[in-house]
Write a protein of this length. Sequence first.
Length: 120
Amino acid sequence: MALATYAGFSLDCDDPATLADFYVKLLGLEVGYTSDEFVYLGSPGSGIGFVKVDKYVPPTWPDAGVPKQAHVELSVENLDSGEAAILAIGATKPDFQPQPDRWRVLFDPAGHPFCISVMS
């Protein structure tokens, strides 16, 4: 018997509303809860939260100076057009790409790395 059920995960950031807006555009999720300190998108079990952290420092991936704090895997229909669309809503792309023919590493506006790939 489980002691708890999965509700989602949260990312640290300096501006929850701005980061949540990026993920609304990226994933089409709806805002489930919002305050100055926390925004939650989606519903329990399939949502994502954004927590305000004072003096937030983004990860420096692939350098381990400030390790990544989360890693999200996303599926797109086409790597090139998917990447372009995601960059257009505010993501950035690091120079280092481990296997760009198979997946791409991008950063959300707060600097969290995530990957896109074609999983179908």
